[in-house]
Design a protein around this ligand. Structure first.
Ligand code: GLN
Length: 209
Protein backbone atom coordinates (compact mmCIF):
# COMPACT_ATOMS: atom_id res chain seq x y z
CA UNK A 1 0.00 0.00 0.00
CA UNK A 2 1.27 3.49 -0.87
CA UNK A 3 1.71 5.62 2.22
CA UNK A 4 -0.10 8.97 2.09
CA UNK A 5 2.23 11.97 2.48
CA UNK A 6 2.47 13.74 5.83
CA UNK A 7 0.53 17.01 5.96
CA UNK A 8 1.39 19.99 8.20
CA UNK A 9 -1.13 22.69 8.87
CA UNK A 10 -0.69 25.92 10.81
CA UNK A 11 -3.27 28.14 12.49
CA UNK A 12 -2.28 31.78 12.95
CA UNK A 13 -2.18 31.83 16.73
CA UNK A 14 -2.60 35.40 17.89
CA UNK A 15 -6.24 35.50 18.91
CA UNK A 16 -9.59 33.93 18.13
CA UNK A 17 -10.70 30.30 18.12
CA UNK A 18 -7.22 28.86 17.54
CA UNK A 19 -7.56 25.73 19.69
CA UNK A 20 -10.98 24.95 18.19
CA UNK A 21 -9.51 24.97 14.66
CA UNK A 22 -6.63 22.77 15.85
CA UNK A 23 -8.97 20.27 17.54
CA UNK A 24 -11.25 20.09 14.50
CA UNK A 25 -8.37 19.59 12.07
CA UNK A 26 -6.92 16.83 14.28
CA UNK A 27 -10.29 15.07 14.18
CA UNK A 28 -10.32 15.39 10.38
CA UNK A 29 -6.84 13.80 10.15
CA UNK A 30 -8.03 10.85 12.23
CA UNK A 31 -11.31 10.42 10.34
CA UNK A 32 -9.53 10.61 6.96
CA UNK A 33 -6.72 8.32 8.17
CA UNK A 34 -4.16 10.96 7.17
CA UNK A 35 -0.81 11.43 8.92
CA UNK A 36 -0.61 15.06 9.81
CA UNK A 37 0.05 17.72 12.39
CA UNK A 38 -1.65 20.99 13.13
CA UNK A 39 -0.29 23.69 15.40
CA UNK A 40 -0.49 27.39 16.15
CA UNK A 41 2.01 29.48 14.17
CA UNK A 42 3.15 33.04 14.77
CA UNK A 43 6.67 33.20 13.31
CA UNK A 44 7.89 33.44 9.73
CA UNK A 45 10.15 30.35 10.11
CA UNK A 46 7.13 28.28 11.15
CA UNK A 47 5.53 28.86 7.75
CA UNK A 48 8.30 26.92 6.02
CA UNK A 49 7.11 23.51 7.11
CA UNK A 50 3.37 23.90 6.52
CA UNK A 51 1.29 23.25 3.39
CA UNK A 52 -1.99 24.58 4.78
CA UNK A 53 -2.72 27.72 6.79
CA UNK A 54 -5.87 28.71 8.67
CA UNK A 55 -6.55 32.37 9.43
CA UNK A 56 -9.00 32.29 12.34
CA UNK A 57 -11.61 34.83 13.37
CA UNK A 58 -10.82 37.61 15.80
CA UNK A 59 -10.24 41.24 14.94
CA UNK A 60 -8.95 41.69 11.40
CA UNK A 61 -7.22 44.97 12.30
CA UNK A 62 -5.24 43.34 15.14
CA UNK A 63 -4.39 40.14 13.27
CA UNK A 64 -3.27 42.03 10.17
CA UNK A 65 -1.09 44.40 12.19
CA UNK A 66 0.59 41.38 13.77
CA UNK A 67 1.11 39.67 10.40
CA UNK A 68 2.64 42.80 8.95
CA UNK A 69 4.97 43.63 11.80
CA UNK A 70 6.25 40.04 11.96
CA UNK A 71 6.95 39.80 8.22
CA UNK A 72 4.27 37.18 7.79
CA UNK A 73 2.01 39.09 5.42
CA UNK A 74 4.35 39.08 2.41
CA UNK A 75 5.59 35.56 3.09
CA UNK A 76 2.05 34.12 3.25
CA UNK A 77 1.16 35.95 0.03
CA UNK A 78 4.30 34.68 -1.71
CA UNK A 79 3.75 31.06 -0.66
CA UNK A 80 0.11 31.02 -1.73
CA UNK A 81 0.94 32.64 -5.07
CA UNK A 82 3.72 30.15 -5.80
CA UNK A 83 1.22 27.34 -5.16
CA UNK A 84 2.88 25.79 -2.10
CA UNK A 85 0.40 26.90 0.55
CA UNK A 86 -3.37 26.40 0.68
CA UNK A 87 -5.24 28.85 2.88
CA UNK A 88 -8.59 29.05 4.66
CA UNK A 89 -9.85 32.23 6.31
CA UNK A 90 -12.82 32.26 8.67
CA UNK A 91 -14.60 35.51 9.59
CA UNK A 92 -11.77 38.02 10.25
CA UNK A 93 -9.58 35.64 8.22
CA UNK A 94 -11.99 36.02 5.30
CA UNK A 95 -11.56 39.80 5.53
CA UNK A 96 -7.76 39.44 5.32
CA UNK A 97 -7.97 37.35 2.14
CA UNK A 98 -9.96 39.98 0.24
CA UNK A 99 -8.65 42.27 -2.50
CA UNK A 100 -10.75 45.08 -1.14
CA UNK A 101 -12.83 46.07 1.89
CA UNK A 102 -15.68 48.52 1.73
CA UNK A 103 -14.97 49.96 5.18
CA UNK A 104 -12.35 52.52 4.18
CA UNK A 105 -11.79 53.67 7.78
CA UNK A 106 -10.56 50.29 8.92
CA UNK A 107 -6.82 50.09 9.17
CA UNK A 108 -6.47 46.52 7.88
CA UNK A 109 -3.43 45.24 5.98
CA UNK A 110 -4.99 42.85 3.49
CA UNK A 111 -3.37 39.80 1.92
CA UNK A 112 -5.37 40.63 -1.23
CA UNK A 113 -5.16 37.05 -2.43
CA UNK A 114 -8.79 36.48 -3.37
CA UNK A 115 -10.79 38.33 -5.94
CA UNK A 116 -13.50 39.38 -3.49
CA UNK A 117 -14.75 42.57 -1.88
CA UNK A 118 -15.84 42.36 1.74
CA UNK A 119 -17.90 44.45 4.14
CA UNK A 120 -16.89 44.08 7.79
CA UNK A 121 -19.47 43.71 10.60
CA UNK A 122 -22.14 43.54 7.94
CA UNK A 123 -25.10 42.27 9.93
CA UNK A 124 -25.52 45.21 12.29
CA UNK A 125 -26.09 45.29 16.04
CA UNK A 126 -29.43 43.48 15.97
CA UNK A 127 -27.83 40.37 14.55
CA UNK A 128 -24.29 40.58 15.95
CA UNK A 129 -24.20 36.86 16.49
CA UNK A 130 -26.57 34.17 15.30
CA UNK A 131 -26.71 30.65 13.95
CA UNK A 132 -28.30 29.75 10.66
CA UNK A 133 -28.59 26.56 8.70
CA UNK A 134 -27.05 27.15 5.27
CA UNK A 135 -26.68 25.11 2.11
CA UNK A 136 -23.12 24.74 0.84
CA UNK A 137 -22.66 24.06 -2.87
CA UNK A 138 -24.09 20.65 -3.61
CA UNK A 139 -23.48 19.17 -0.15
CA UNK A 140 -26.39 17.02 0.87
CA UNK A 141 -27.05 18.25 4.42
CA UNK A 142 -27.24 21.88 5.52
CA UNK A 143 -24.38 23.34 7.56
CA UNK A 144 -24.92 24.97 11.00
CA UNK A 145 -23.24 28.34 10.34
CA UNK A 146 -22.29 30.44 13.39
CA UNK A 147 -21.94 34.15 12.60
CA UNK A 148 -20.17 36.49 15.06
CA UNK A 149 -19.89 40.14 13.98
CA UNK A 150 -19.46 38.57 10.57
CA UNK A 151 -18.46 40.18 7.31
CA UNK A 152 -20.31 39.68 4.06
CA UNK A 153 -18.73 39.11 0.66
CA UNK A 154 -20.19 41.95 -1.40
CA UNK A 155 -18.54 41.24 -4.77
CA UNK A 156 -16.98 38.15 -6.32
CA UNK A 157 -14.58 38.18 -9.28
CA UNK A 158 -14.69 35.73 -12.17
CA UNK A 159 -11.96 33.48 -10.74
CA UNK A 160 -13.94 32.85 -7.55
CA UNK A 161 -16.73 30.33 -7.07
CA UNK A 162 -19.57 31.08 -4.65
CA UNK A 163 -20.13 28.05 -2.40
CA UNK A 164 -22.79 29.40 -0.04
CA UNK A 165 -25.22 32.25 0.46
CA UNK A 166 -27.42 33.41 3.31
CA UNK A 167 -30.45 34.97 1.70
CA UNK A 168 -28.75 37.21 -0.87
CA UNK A 169 -25.45 37.54 0.96
CA UNK A 170 -22.42 35.57 -0.20
CA UNK A 171 -20.87 33.83 2.81
CA UNK A 172 -18.42 31.27 1.40
CA UNK A 173 -16.23 31.29 -1.73
CA UNK A 174 -13.28 29.40 -3.15
CA UNK A 175 -10.53 30.30 -5.58
CA UNK A 176 -7.88 27.71 -6.47
CA UNK A 177 -6.35 26.59 -3.15
CA UNK A 178 -8.10 29.28 -1.12
CA UNK A 179 -11.31 29.19 0.91
CA UNK A 180 -13.00 32.23 2.49
CA UNK A 181 -15.83 31.74 4.96
CA UNK A 182 -17.63 34.55 6.79
CA UNK A 183 -18.81 32.29 9.63
CA UNK A 184 -17.13 29.98 12.19
CA UNK A 185 -17.16 26.28 11.20
CA UNK A 186 -14.73 25.51 14.05
CA UNK A 187 -17.41 26.39 16.63
CA UNK A 188 -19.69 23.54 15.56
CA UNK A 189 -19.36 19.75 15.54
CA UNK A 190 -19.54 19.65 11.76
CA UNK A 191 -16.12 18.87 10.30
CA UNK A 192 -17.07 18.99 6.61
CA UNK A 193 -15.50 22.38 5.83
CA UNK A 194 -12.20 21.38 7.49
CA UNK A 195 -12.29 18.09 5.54
CA UNK A 196 -12.84 20.04 2.37
CA UNK A 197 -9.83 22.22 3.20
CA UNK A 198 -7.73 19.09 3.74
CA UNK A 199 -8.78 17.83 0.29
CA UNK A 200 -7.64 21.15 -1.21
CA UNK A 201 -4.19 20.74 0.40
CA UNK A 202 -3.99 17.17 -0.88
CA UNK A 203 -4.85 18.13 -4.46
CA UNK A 204 -2.34 21.03 -4.32
CA UNK A 205 0.35 18.56 -3.21
CA UNK A 206 -0.55 16.09 -5.94
CA UNK A 207 -0.24 18.77 -8.63
CA UNK A 208 3.30 19.55 -7.49
CA UNK A 209 4.54 16.00 -8.09
N1 GLN B 1 -15.70 41.88 12.93
C1 GLN B 1 -14.43 41.25 12.94
C2 GLN B 1 -13.49 41.89 11.94
O1 GLN B 1 -13.91 42.46 10.98
C3 GLN B 1 -14.56 39.77 12.63
C4 GLN B 1 -15.27 39.07 13.75
C5 GLN B 1 -14.91 37.62 13.86
O2 GLN B 1 -13.88 37.17 13.35
N2 GLN B 1 -15.70 36.90 14.58
O3 GLN B 1 -12.31 41.80 12.13
Amino acid sequence: MVKKPFISIGVIGIQGAVSEHIAMMQKVFVDADVDGSVSAVSKKEELQKIQGLILPGGESTTISRFLKSNDLLDEIRRRVQEGSLAIMGTCAGCVLLAKKILDTHANVHLLQLMDIEVKRNAFGRQRESFEESVTIDEWKDPFPAVFIRAPVITAVGKDCKVLAKSQNDTIMVEQDTMLAITFHPELTDDTRIHSYFLSKIQSMNEKKI
